[in-house]
Design a protein around this ligand. Structure first.
Ligand code: MG
Ligand code: ZN
Length: 383
């Protein structure tokens, strides 16, 4: 290795450190296979379709980042023909375009879903003039509903951030972390510990969270034990690892959060994100997409378990956009093998599916704008 290549490597390492929060956009050299070879399947339960009320008291919003129809079908094939999503009888499509681009990013896509307004790529719950716009989570808080956010990325990343923070640019992670303290969110679980503790302003926001009554926990076993009160679960320094290395469990986090929030008599709103389906798409890695899709679907199973028992809970499952332009060029329902082909390592402009279950689900069928999803939830919850 000559001096030039050593210098280049050092530069590359420095660059990666600097942009490590965006590392998922670099193509993985460890596992870049386009074929998921298959594996065992989990059992999918069938849930009742009878509900107690006309309108929901609780809303569980679930976002599969980068989850187009092909991603769903890759997961369905890998799980030998069935997903918990089979329980959703009301299905529609969402148009994902942002205010300034045919191809949205997760910040504008998140803002459309959180606040019901189209904005520019990179915007975190601000409008096209960078003026903050109120989100469903904030409206729910004002009405006395309990609120929550769960993500497998950093909790400061674009999708969860769009529900709780107001920033002109999605990369302002430390400001986004500080915005959590301006809210009265009851439960949040995700990565991003670093943005609360290793800050340019030298503040340790976990101290401020504790002063506000939060149990600040970093370990999944401790988080899982929490039955009530305010919870800040910061499960990784930055993003959580991909499945199967991930210690943070999305299904268990979902169950924990729902049990806490479900105690509020006025109801609750929560957004739960399968963040890394998108990253498998960016890396053109079918196995990564499948594993994250199945993890997300099992979290949907936990949501269904809660909603079917409760009878007044609406679940919406959708995506902010599709990633990778994934096509399925082969598969086997018996073995779970899926062969993927990709047309880009970025997002695409196609419609994404909207699945809904529970009271009010019939409002989310047909072709709709992504902003309509937020507007209809606001309407149904009377916010
Ligand atoms: Mg996301
Ligand atoms: Zn993406």
């Amino acid at each position: 290795m000559n001096i030039k290549s050593i210098l280049f490597l050092l530069l590359l390492i420095g660059y990666q450190q600097l942009y490590s929060q965006e590392n998922y956009k670099t193509v993985s050299t460890v596992d870049s296979t386009k074929v998921y070879t298959g594996g065992s399947a989990y059992k999918v339960k069938t849930f009742a379709q009878k509900f107690k009320s006309e309108k929901p008291k609780n809303v569980i919003m679930m976002i599969g980042d980068g989850m187009g129809v092909a991603q769903v079908y890759a997961g369905l094939t890998a799980n030998h023909g069935h997903l918990f999503l089979d329980n959703f009888k009301c299905i529609g499509f969402s148009k994902t375009q942002s205010s300034d681009n045919y191809i949205t990013d997760s910040a504008a896509g998140g803002t459309a879903l959180s606040a019901g307004q189209k904005t520019y790529n990179g915007a975190i719950a601000v409008n096209t003039d960078t003026v903050p716009i109120k989100t469903i989570l904030e409206m729910a808080e004002e009405k006395g509903l309990a609120t929550g956010l769960v993500a497998t990325s950093s909790i400061t990343h674009a999708t969860p951030a769009a529900y709780i923070a107001h920033q002109g640019g999605r990369e302002s992670y430390e400001n986004i972390a500080a915005d959590f303290l301006k809210s009265d969110i009851d439960v949040f679980i995700g990565g991003g510990y670093k943005h609360f503790t290793e800050r340019a302003d030298k503040r340790d926001l976990t101290k401020d969270l504790q002063a506000k009554g939060y149990q600040v926990l970093r370990n999944m076993d401790d988080i899982y034990k929490v039955k009530s009160g305010r919870l800040a679960g910061l499960t990784a320094l930055e993003h959580n690892e991909p499945v199967p290395k991930r210690k943070m469990s999305l299904p268990r986090s979902t169950e924990t959060a729902l049990n806490i929030l479900g105690q509020n008599k006025k109801g609750f709103f929560i957004m739960i994100e399968g963040s890394q389906i998108d990253w498998g798409g960016h890396q053109n890695n079918t196995g990564y997409i499948v594993r994250e899709m199945l993890d997300f679907d099992q979290a949907i199973g936990e949501a269904l378990q809660f909603a079917a028992k409760d009878g007044e809970t609406l679940i919406i499952v959708t995506a902010d956009h599709e990633t990778g332009g994934l096509a399925l060029t082969g598969g086997d329902m018996k073995t779970g093998m899926v062969k993927g082909a990709f047309s880009t390592n970025d997002h695409t402009g196609v419609m994404v599916p909207v699945f809904s279950y529970g009271p009010g689900a019939e409002n989310f069928t047909g072709i709709m704008e992504n902003t309509d999803i937020a507007k209809r939830i606001i309407d149904l919850l009377g916010l």
